[in-house]
Design a protein around this ligand. Structure first.
Ligand SMILES: [Zn+2]
Length: 687
């Protein structure tokens, strides 16, 4: 559902992944062989030839080529000659080079994208059983050698020399005076920024996969859990993955099920034992033993077993991911830490900036009011696990069964949904012509999984809406997901086709495409032509999003602080990392959650598995909701379709510039908080 291939992803995929198979070249890349003196020499020569006014750009390009140049690329003499022969000062000629590079990169990236799209169809589409051969082709990376090839044939150096890189700070600062072509040139400078050796990438990928396997095999056999009275609260077959499955089961018990609260407390106890690693290793993924998570006793056939706790494996994986990523630091001169690569490069916001926006929300006094409202709806004091409170669900006047019926009749198959897209877009305010134009670039296919939107990377390609179509037609839930994915597809189509420079296509980061996906998804009933008759629906939805954003921001703050600590303490042991992670989680809780919950010192915010297997990835989710509400605020009283067309044709500015031009203000939590304030007032005033 979140799978969106952005240009950034493609660029990272194509140009940081170099896989060397040549056994004669196993040695690490020897970067930085060009001395300052040599570089100064080339800069002086080129300035003499092309004039003082070009000095800044000459220096920038020559320095960046020098930083990426290795002994395998040639001697110092070769470097000098390369710079002298390939630097272009003339604006017209430089623009001609830019156009040629743009055309060719679009062709290359677009076709690689098309190959991957085709090769993974047996895995992604509803095509029946997956054969081993499908997995072999599906995991093949056709672009793996491109970066190596382009450094070898010097196209990478030609690009860097003439279209050098600007840091995030420079883009934000200088970008104020750039025109759109300057921005496109700067985006060309983002294409080659690192040269991480294949063995380091392979190691990173291996530790990532190992952490992923650890997490995906980390199941709790719920049917084997017993309370102090020896009773089983959960059904025999129930087996839950940490943390997703545990969290979702916890959420499902807010609907008044029998022993719901007792079950939630038991899940919470299990989570704490995972975090502090006091969980007996024997109970993980093991159907043979019974476990009382409160006393921590383990039983087999009526006997109490002696057990060992899990030996900090959770934190070993986190540390291994850290060391593997840190190993790439010397080869990424522009983003020399994994934190910068995740934030400055990936999100194009610094970690401090993201932290500040999150704290604006989690530290707002409104959260206490929402907490009080939840306590009142629950009829009890809040428990720490109520960060997953799931009771702000809007009940539309129409039952789910009726909705299923409506959707099923309208969209019995993928083709009918594809045919229906212009009609859906017209509901949002598009003209018939424009709706048909957008729809002509979107293909609908039946997905194997929940669904995703796969964007195009060249203008001759379509984007793909993959969604689940059940036997007998689409369900209402399927349509809800399809509406989300359609938001992605519309963003992908506008931001590729309506941005005049190919290198500037796209959006600042994935949070921005999520924002439009949320805007579509929240209008799902409207898109079916159904007007909700409950005025509280929107308020409940808002509070549901606000509370979910609060929770994930808390988790994300922990993730960031843990990484900062690992960089400060690179030789930490798993035991030290565990203790520190728990301390950080408790500190974040005590600062922003304890005042709302009235409970201190819980480490619950450290339970997310993303922290172990997808480091520093969590921030994009809550950012997407903040942007969603900023856009909603901005479009109120305007034609939504016109505004979508205008905003998503801006292209891939940095978030600061995009927000400024799209909604006229910086990224902020205020619109979501304002909407939350209105909703709390509406819900409390109603009683
Ligand atoms: Zn999404």
């Amino acid at each position: 559902m979140k799978k969106v291939l952005s240009l950034i992803a493609i660029v990272v995929m194509l140009f940081s992944v170099g896989c060397k198979t040549d056994s004669n070249r196993k040695q690490s890349l020897n970067m930085g062989i060009i001395s300052e003196r040599v570089m100064d020499q080339v800069v002086n020569d080129l300035v003499k030839e092309h004039g003082q006014e070009n000095k800044e750009m000459i220096h920038r390009g020559a320095a960046q080529v020098a930083a990426l140049w290795t002994d395998q690329d040639g001697s110092v003499e070769d470097y000098l000659r390369f710079c002298r022969e390939n630097y272009i000062a003339d604006q017209e000629q430089r623009n001609e080079l830019f156009n040629k590079l743009s055309r060719n990169y679009e062709y290359i990236w677009g076709h690689f994208n098309q190959m991957i799209l085709e090769l993974t169809k047996p895995l992604h589409l509803d095509w029946g059983p997956i054969q081993p051969v499908d997995v072999m082709f599906g995991s093949y990376a056709p672009s793996a050698h491109l970066a190596e090839d382009f450094y070898k044939n010097k196209i990478a150096f030609l690009t860097v020399l003439n279209f050098p890189f600007f840091s995030l700070e420079e883009k934000n600062e200088l970008g104020q005076n750039w025109d759109r072509l300057d921005w496109a040139y700067a985006r060309m400078g983002d294409v080659f920024t690192s040269r991480v050796p294949a063995e380091i990438i392979q190691h990173m990928s291996r530790t990532g996969t190992e952490a992923d396997n650890y997490v995906s095999e980390y199941n709790i056999i719920m049917g084997q859990l017993v309370n102090d009275a020896g009773e089983h609260l959960f059904p025999d077959h129930l087996r839950l993955i940490t943390h997703w499955g545990l969290r979702d089961e916890l959420k499902a018990n807010y609907d008044g099920t029998e022993k719901g609260l007792e079950k939630q407390k038991m899940i919470y106890q299990v989570m704490q034992r995972i975090i502090d690693q006091s969980i007996p290793e024997k109970v993980i993924n093991n159907t043979d033993v019974k476990w009382n998570p409160f006393t921590n006793d383990v039983y087999h056939e009526g006997q109490t077993l002696s057990t060992d706790p899990e030996p900090n494996t959770r934190y070993k994986h986190l540390l291994e991911n850290f060391h593997a990523r840190k190993a790439a630091d010397p080869y990424a001169p522009n983003y020399p830490t994994a934190i910068e690569r995740a934030f400055e490069q990936g999100l194009e916001m610094s970690m401090e900036e993201v932290e500040a926006v999150f704290i604006e929300l989690v530290g707002d006094p409104l959260m206490k009011k929402v907490g009080d409202l939840i306590a009142e709806r629950l009829g009890r004091d809040l428990e720490p696990f109520d960060i997953w409170y799931d009771g702000f669900k809007a009940r539309s006047g129409i039952s789910e069964t009726e909705l299923d019926q409506i959707v099923r009749e309208r969209y019995p198959d993928a083709a009918s949904l594809e045919k229906g897209i212009p009609g859906i877009l017209i509901q949002l305010g598009y003209s018939k012509d424009r709706a048909e134009e957008l729809a002509s670039k979107i293909v609908v296919e039946g997905a194997r999984g929940a669904g995703h939107a796969w964007g195009a990377q060249m203008r001759s390609q379509n984007s793909y809406l993959r969604t689940r179509i059940a036997e007998g037609g689409m369900t209402y839930n399927g349509f809800n997901i399809a509406a989300h994915e359609l938001g992605h597809n519309v963003e992908q189509t506008i931001s590729l086709h309506d941005v005049e420079h190919y290198l500037l296509n796209g959006i600042p980061n994935t949070a921005f495409t999520e924002a439009l996906a949320f805007i579509f998804q929240t209008r799902d009933l409207e898109l079916l032509g159904i007007q909700s008759d409950d005025p509280m629906t929107d308020h409940l939805k808002t509070l549901d999003i606000l509370w979910g954003t609060y929770e994930i921001m808390g988790v994300s703050l922990v993730d960031m602080q843990v990484w900062r600590w690992m960089y400060d303490n690179p030789n930490a042991t798993p035991e030290q990392l565990k203790k520190q992670t728990m301390k950080i989680a408790k500190d974040v809780w005590n600062s922003y959650f304890a005042p709302v919950f009235g409970i201190e010192d819980t480490p619950i915010l450290a339970v997310y598995s993303h922290m172990i297997s997808y480091p520093l990835y969590l921030s994009a989710y809550p950012l997407g909701h903040l942007i969603e509400f900023q856009i909603e605020e901005h479009v109120r009283g305007k034609n939504l379709a016109d505004e979508i067309d205008r905003m998503f044709a801006l292209g891939r500015f940095t978030p600061v510039h995009w927000m400024d031009q799209a909604v006229g203000e910086p990224l902020s939590a205020k619109p979501l908080l304002d909407a939350g304030t209105r909703s709390v007032a509406a819900l409390t005033g109603r009683r």
